[in-house]
Design a protein around this ligand. Structure first.
Ligand SMILES: NC(=O)c1ccc[n+]([C@@H]2O[C@H](COP(=O)([O-])OP(=O)(O)OC[C@H]3O[C@@H](n4cnc5c(N)ncnc54)[C@H](OP(=O)(O)O)[C@@H]3O)[C@@H](O)[C@H]2O)c1
Length: 284
Protein backbone atom coordinates (compact mmCIF):
# COMPACT_ATOMS: atom_id res chain seq x y z
CA UNK A 1 0.00 0.00 0.00
CA UNK A 2 1.25 3.50 -0.79
CA UNK A 3 1.32 5.47 2.47
CA UNK A 4 1.56 8.96 1.01
CA UNK A 5 -1.96 10.34 1.53
CA UNK A 6 -3.29 7.00 2.87
CA UNK A 7 -5.77 7.07 5.78
CA UNK A 8 -4.60 4.84 8.65
CA UNK A 9 -6.12 4.27 12.10
CA UNK A 10 -3.84 3.32 15.00
CA UNK A 11 -5.37 2.05 18.25
CA UNK A 12 -3.23 2.44 21.36
CA UNK A 13 -1.78 5.60 19.81
CA UNK A 14 -1.43 7.43 23.14
CA UNK A 15 1.71 5.52 24.18
CA UNK A 16 4.61 3.23 23.29
CA UNK A 17 4.50 1.31 20.02
CA UNK A 18 1.21 2.86 18.84
CA UNK A 19 2.52 6.37 19.42
CA UNK A 20 5.77 5.59 17.56
CA UNK A 21 3.74 4.01 14.71
CA UNK A 22 1.57 7.12 14.38
CA UNK A 23 4.70 9.30 14.15
CA UNK A 24 6.30 7.00 11.59
CA UNK A 25 3.11 6.97 9.51
CA UNK A 26 2.78 10.74 9.47
CA UNK A 27 6.46 10.91 8.47
CA UNK A 28 5.58 8.66 5.52
CA UNK A 29 2.80 11.06 4.46
CA UNK A 30 -0.22 9.19 5.90
CA UNK A 31 -3.29 10.78 7.49
CA UNK A 32 -3.71 9.17 10.89
CA UNK A 33 -6.59 8.52 13.29
CA UNK A 34 -5.24 8.25 16.84
CA UNK A 35 -7.36 6.01 19.10
CA UNK A 36 -6.92 5.31 22.82
CA UNK A 37 -8.71 6.02 26.11
CA UNK A 38 -6.60 8.85 27.51
CA UNK A 39 -7.83 12.04 25.78
CA UNK A 40 -5.03 14.18 27.27
CA UNK A 41 -2.28 11.76 26.19
CA UNK A 42 -3.80 11.45 22.70
CA UNK A 43 -3.95 15.26 22.55
CA UNK A 44 -0.21 15.40 23.33
CA UNK A 45 0.57 12.96 20.51
CA UNK A 46 -1.67 14.90 18.11
CA UNK A 47 0.00 18.18 19.14
CA UNK A 48 3.40 16.78 18.05
CA UNK A 49 2.01 16.08 14.56
CA UNK A 50 0.85 18.48 11.82
CA UNK A 51 -2.85 19.18 12.62
CA UNK A 52 -3.90 18.51 9.03
CA UNK A 53 -2.51 14.98 9.28
CA UNK A 54 -3.80 13.58 12.59
CA UNK A 55 -7.09 13.40 14.47
CA UNK A 56 -7.39 12.13 18.06
CA UNK A 57 -10.50 10.13 18.95
CA UNK A 58 -10.75 8.92 22.58
CA UNK A 59 -12.28 5.44 22.72
CA UNK A 60 -12.20 2.22 24.76
CA UNK A 61 -11.63 -0.58 22.21
CA UNK A 62 -13.75 -2.96 24.31
CA UNK A 63 -16.80 -0.91 23.26
CA UNK A 64 -17.61 -2.04 19.70
CA UNK A 65 -20.07 0.80 19.00
CA UNK A 66 -17.52 3.44 20.08
CA UNK A 67 -14.87 1.89 17.81
CA UNK A 68 -17.32 2.11 14.89
CA UNK A 69 -18.10 5.75 15.74
CA UNK A 70 -14.37 6.53 15.96
CA UNK A 71 -13.86 5.08 12.46
CA UNK A 72 -16.70 7.32 11.22
CA UNK A 73 -14.98 10.38 12.72
CA UNK A 74 -11.72 9.50 10.94
CA UNK A 75 -13.55 8.80 7.66
CA UNK A 76 -15.46 12.09 7.80
CA UNK A 77 -12.22 13.95 8.42
CA UNK A 78 -9.85 12.20 5.99
CA UNK A 79 -11.79 9.71 3.83
CA UNK A 80 -12.15 5.89 3.77
CA UNK A 81 -9.79 4.00 6.07
CA UNK A 82 -7.14 2.09 4.10
CA UNK A 83 -4.94 0.90 6.95
CA UNK A 84 -5.84 -0.15 10.49
CA UNK A 85 -3.33 -1.04 13.21
CA UNK A 86 -4.76 -2.85 16.25
CA UNK A 87 -2.07 -1.91 18.75
CA UNK A 88 -4.06 -1.17 21.95
CA UNK A 89 -3.15 -3.67 24.64
CA UNK A 90 -2.74 -4.32 28.35
CA UNK A 91 -0.49 -6.69 30.31
CA UNK A 92 -0.91 -8.68 33.48
CA UNK A 93 1.72 -10.38 35.64
CA UNK A 94 0.50 -13.13 37.95
CA UNK A 95 -0.34 -16.80 37.81
CA UNK A 96 -3.82 -17.75 36.62
CA UNK A 97 -4.51 -19.16 40.09
CA UNK A 98 -3.46 -15.96 41.91
CA UNK A 99 -5.23 -13.54 39.56
CA UNK A 100 -8.88 -12.50 40.05
CA UNK A 101 -10.74 -14.02 37.06
CA UNK A 102 -12.29 -10.68 36.10
CA UNK A 103 -8.77 -9.36 35.44
CA UNK A 104 -7.91 -12.35 33.23
CA UNK A 105 -11.19 -11.74 31.39
CA UNK A 106 -10.42 -8.03 30.97
CA UNK A 107 -7.02 -8.82 29.37
CA UNK A 108 -8.86 -10.95 26.82
CA UNK A 109 -11.56 -8.33 26.26
CA UNK A 110 -9.04 -5.56 25.56
CA UNK A 111 -6.34 -7.51 23.69
CA UNK A 112 -8.58 -9.85 21.69
CA UNK A 113 -11.98 -8.11 21.74
CA UNK A 114 -10.32 -4.82 20.76
CA UNK A 115 -8.77 -6.49 17.68
CA UNK A 116 -12.10 -8.10 16.77
CA UNK A 117 -13.87 -4.74 16.98
CA UNK A 118 -11.19 -3.04 14.87
CA UNK A 119 -11.35 -5.82 12.26
CA UNK A 120 -15.15 -5.68 12.06
CA UNK A 121 -15.01 -1.95 11.36
CA UNK A 122 -11.97 -1.86 9.07
CA UNK A 123 -12.29 -4.94 6.86
CA UNK A 124 -15.74 -4.41 5.25
CA UNK A 125 -14.60 -1.09 3.74
CA UNK A 126 -11.31 -2.63 2.63
CA UNK A 127 -13.12 -5.60 1.05
CA UNK A 128 -15.60 -3.35 -0.70
CA UNK A 129 -12.86 -1.16 -2.13
CA UNK A 130 -10.53 -4.12 -2.81
CA UNK A 131 -7.77 -2.25 -1.03
CA UNK A 132 -6.42 -2.11 2.50
CA UNK A 133 -4.26 -3.65 5.23
CA UNK A 134 -5.17 -4.61 8.80
CA UNK A 135 -2.22 -5.15 11.15
CA UNK A 136 -2.84 -6.93 14.46
CA UNK A 137 -0.11 -6.54 17.08
CA UNK A 138 0.44 -9.85 18.89
CA UNK A 139 3.65 -10.82 20.74
CA UNK A 140 6.28 -13.57 20.74
CA UNK A 141 4.52 -14.56 23.98
CA UNK A 142 1.61 -15.51 21.72
CA UNK A 143 3.91 -18.28 20.43
CA UNK A 144 5.97 -19.07 23.54
CA UNK A 145 3.93 -18.87 26.76
CA UNK A 146 5.62 -17.80 30.00
CA UNK A 147 4.73 -18.31 33.66
CA UNK A 148 3.13 -15.25 35.33
CA UNK A 149 2.12 -14.11 31.83
CA UNK A 150 -0.38 -16.82 30.92
CA UNK A 151 -3.39 -14.50 30.51
CA UNK A 152 -1.34 -12.17 28.31
CA UNK A 153 0.18 -15.07 26.30
CA UNK A 154 -3.30 -16.54 25.84
CA UNK A 155 -4.62 -13.22 24.52
CA UNK A 156 -1.71 -12.77 22.11
CA UNK A 157 -2.04 -16.33 20.84
CA UNK A 158 -5.72 -15.58 20.16
CA UNK A 159 -4.74 -12.43 18.23
CA UNK A 160 -2.47 -14.56 16.04
CA UNK A 161 -5.27 -17.05 15.41
CA UNK A 162 -7.73 -14.21 14.76
CA UNK A 163 -5.47 -12.92 11.97
CA UNK A 164 -5.08 -16.41 10.47
CA UNK A 165 -8.85 -16.94 10.63
CA UNK A 166 -9.56 -13.57 9.01
CA UNK A 167 -7.12 -14.40 6.20
CA UNK A 168 -8.99 -17.64 5.51
CA UNK A 169 -12.33 -15.77 5.61
CA UNK A 170 -10.97 -13.28 3.05
CA UNK A 171 -9.85 -16.15 0.83
CA UNK A 172 -13.26 -17.80 1.14
CA UNK A 173 -14.97 -14.51 0.22
CA UNK A 174 -12.64 -14.41 -2.84
CA UNK A 175 -11.67 -10.88 -1.88
CA UNK A 176 -8.59 -9.44 -3.48
CA UNK A 177 -6.63 -6.47 -2.23
CA UNK A 178 -7.56 -6.63 1.47
CA UNK A 179 -4.84 -8.08 3.73
CA UNK A 180 -4.47 -9.10 7.38
CA UNK A 181 -1.01 -9.20 8.99
CA UNK A 182 0.27 -10.11 12.44
CA UNK A 183 3.32 -8.47 13.98
CA UNK A 184 4.88 -10.32 16.92
CA UNK A 185 7.28 -8.10 18.91
CA UNK A 186 9.74 -9.36 21.52
CA UNK A 187 10.31 -7.19 24.60
CA UNK A 188 9.97 -3.47 23.87
CA UNK A 189 10.89 -0.50 26.04
CA UNK A 190 7.45 1.05 26.64
CA UNK A 191 5.32 1.99 29.66
CA UNK A 192 3.36 -1.30 29.42
CA UNK A 193 5.78 -2.90 31.90
CA UNK A 194 5.25 -0.32 34.63
CA UNK A 195 1.48 0.04 34.15
CA UNK A 196 0.70 -3.69 33.94
CA UNK A 197 -1.65 -5.38 36.39
CA UNK A 198 0.57 -7.18 38.88
CA UNK A 199 -0.15 -9.98 41.33
CA UNK A 200 3.41 -11.22 41.83
CA UNK A 201 4.49 -8.99 44.75
CA UNK A 202 7.60 -8.20 42.66
CA UNK A 203 8.51 -5.38 40.30
CA UNK A 204 8.61 -6.16 36.59
CA UNK A 205 10.99 -5.20 33.78
CA UNK A 206 11.49 -6.31 30.17
CA UNK A 207 14.00 -9.12 29.57
CA UNK A 208 16.82 -8.48 27.08
CA UNK A 209 17.06 -7.99 24.18
CA UNK A 210 14.81 -4.93 24.51
CA UNK A 211 13.81 -3.18 21.29
CA UNK A 212 12.80 0.46 20.96
CA UNK A 213 9.16 1.22 20.09
CA UNK A 214 10.45 2.97 16.97
CA UNK A 215 12.01 -0.27 15.72
CA UNK A 216 8.70 -2.15 16.07
CA UNK A 217 6.83 0.80 14.54
CA UNK A 218 9.03 0.53 11.45
CA UNK A 219 8.10 -3.16 11.12
CA UNK A 220 4.37 -2.32 11.44
CA UNK A 221 4.69 0.38 8.79
CA UNK A 222 6.63 -2.04 6.54
CA UNK A 223 3.67 -4.49 6.79
CA UNK A 224 1.25 -1.74 5.76
CA UNK A 225 3.44 -1.12 2.71
CA UNK A 226 4.12 -4.80 1.93
CA UNK A 227 1.66 -7.13 3.68
CA UNK A 228 2.96 -10.46 4.98
CA UNK A 229 1.10 -12.94 7.19
CA UNK A 230 3.42 -12.95 10.22
CA UNK A 231 6.48 -10.92 11.15
CA UNK A 232 8.54 -11.26 14.32
CA UNK A 233 9.84 -7.81 15.34
CA UNK A 234 12.79 -7.01 17.58
CA UNK A 235 15.95 -8.47 16.08
CA UNK A 236 17.65 -11.81 15.34
CA UNK A 237 17.58 -13.16 18.95
CA UNK A 238 13.79 -12.82 19.05
CA UNK A 239 13.42 -14.55 15.67
CA UNK A 240 15.73 -17.31 16.94
CA UNK A 241 13.54 -17.81 20.03
CA UNK A 242 10.44 -18.35 17.86
CA UNK A 243 12.32 -20.64 15.48
CA UNK A 244 13.83 -22.70 18.33
CA UNK A 245 10.37 -23.08 19.90
CA UNK A 246 9.16 -24.77 16.71
CA UNK A 247 11.97 -27.34 17.04
CA UNK A 248 12.01 -27.81 20.83
CA UNK A 249 8.99 -26.21 22.54
CA UNK A 250 9.57 -27.71 26.00
CA UNK A 251 13.17 -26.53 26.55
CA UNK A 252 12.45 -23.09 25.07
CA UNK A 253 9.41 -22.62 27.33
CA UNK A 254 11.52 -23.67 30.37
CA UNK A 255 14.25 -21.21 29.33
CA UNK A 256 11.77 -18.35 28.97
CA UNK A 257 10.25 -19.31 32.33
CA UNK A 258 13.70 -18.95 33.92
CA UNK A 259 14.28 -15.59 32.23
CA UNK A 260 10.92 -14.24 33.43
CA UNK A 261 11.35 -15.64 36.97
CA UNK A 262 14.97 -14.53 37.44
CA UNK A 263 15.14 -11.31 35.42
CA UNK A 264 11.74 -9.83 34.67
CA UNK A 265 10.44 -10.25 38.23
CA UNK A 266 12.80 -8.49 40.63
CA UNK A 267 12.88 -6.78 44.02
CA UNK A 268 9.78 -6.09 46.09
CA UNK A 269 6.79 -4.73 44.21
CA UNK A 270 3.50 -3.14 45.11
CA UNK A 271 0.53 -5.08 46.44
CA UNK A 272 -1.91 -6.53 43.91
CA UNK A 273 -2.82 -3.92 41.30
CA UNK A 274 -5.08 -3.88 38.25
CA UNK A 275 -2.72 -1.38 36.54
CA UNK A 276 -4.11 0.00 33.28
CA UNK A 277 -6.72 -2.73 32.75
CA UNK A 278 -9.76 -0.47 33.25
CA UNK A 279 -8.34 3.05 33.34
CA UNK A 280 -5.39 4.66 31.58
CA UNK A 281 -2.35 4.61 33.85
CA UNK A 282 0.87 6.56 33.60
CA UNK A 283 4.29 5.26 34.55
CA UNK A 284 6.30 7.34 36.96
N1 LIG B 1 6.14 -3.49 25.21
C1 LIG B 1 6.36 -4.77 24.93
O1 LIG B 1 7.33 -5.38 25.43
C2 LIG B 1 5.45 -5.50 23.97
C3 LIG B 1 5.88 -6.72 23.45
C4 LIG B 1 5.04 -7.42 22.59
C5 LIG B 1 3.82 -6.89 22.23
N2 LIG B 1 3.42 -5.70 22.75
C6 LIG B 1 2.09 -5.21 22.37
O2 LIG B 1 2.21 -3.96 21.73
C7 LIG B 1 1.02 -3.21 21.91
C8 LIG B 1 1.36 -1.81 22.40
O3 LIG B 1 1.94 -1.95 23.69
P1 LIG B 1 3.01 -0.93 24.27
O4 LIG B 1 4.16 -1.74 24.73
O5 LIG B 1 3.22 0.20 23.36
O6 LIG B 1 2.24 -0.50 25.60
P2 LIG B 1 1.79 0.92 26.17
O7 LIG B 1 2.86 1.92 26.00
O8 LIG B 1 1.27 0.65 27.54
O9 LIG B 1 0.57 1.28 25.20
C9 LIG B 1 -0.64 0.59 25.24
C10 LIG B 1 -1.66 1.39 24.49
O10 LIG B 1 -2.92 0.72 24.51
C11 LIG B 1 -3.93 1.64 24.88
N3 LIG B 1 -5.04 0.95 25.54
C12 LIG B 1 -4.99 0.09 26.58
N4 LIG B 1 -6.23 -0.33 26.89
C13 LIG B 1 -7.07 0.26 26.01
C14 LIG B 1 -8.48 0.22 25.82
N5 LIG B 1 -9.28 -0.54 26.58
N6 LIG B 1 -9.01 0.96 24.81
C15 LIG B 1 -8.21 1.74 24.04
N7 LIG B 1 -6.89 1.81 24.16
C16 LIG B 1 -6.31 1.08 25.14
C17 LIG B 1 -3.21 2.61 25.81
O11 LIG B 1 -3.84 3.87 25.80
P3 LIG B 1 -4.81 4.44 26.96
O12 LIG B 1 -4.23 4.05 28.27
O13 LIG B 1 -4.83 5.90 26.65
O14 LIG B 1 -6.10 3.77 26.68
C18 LIG B 1 -1.88 2.76 25.09
O15 LIG B 1 -1.97 3.72 24.07
C19 LIG B 1 0.16 -4.01 22.88
O16 LIG B 1 -0.81 -4.74 22.16
C20 LIG B 1 1.16 -4.94 23.53
O17 LIG B 1 0.54 -6.12 24.03
C21 LIG B 1 4.20 -4.99 23.60
Amino acid sequence: MRLDGAVVVVTGASSGIGRATARELVGAGALVGLLGRDAAALGEVAAELPPARAVAVPVDVVDAASVARAADVVTERFGPVEGWVNCAGVALFGTVLDTPPEQTRRVLEVNVGGCVHGARVALPTMMQRGHGVLVNVSSVLGVVPAPHLTAYSMSKSAVRTLSAGLRSELRRARTRGAHVCTVLPGAVDTPIWSVSANHTGRRVRPPPPVATPERVARTIVARLRRPRAETVAGGPAVRLLVFAHRLAPGPVERLLGLVVGRWSLHGHGPGPTSGALWEPAHDG
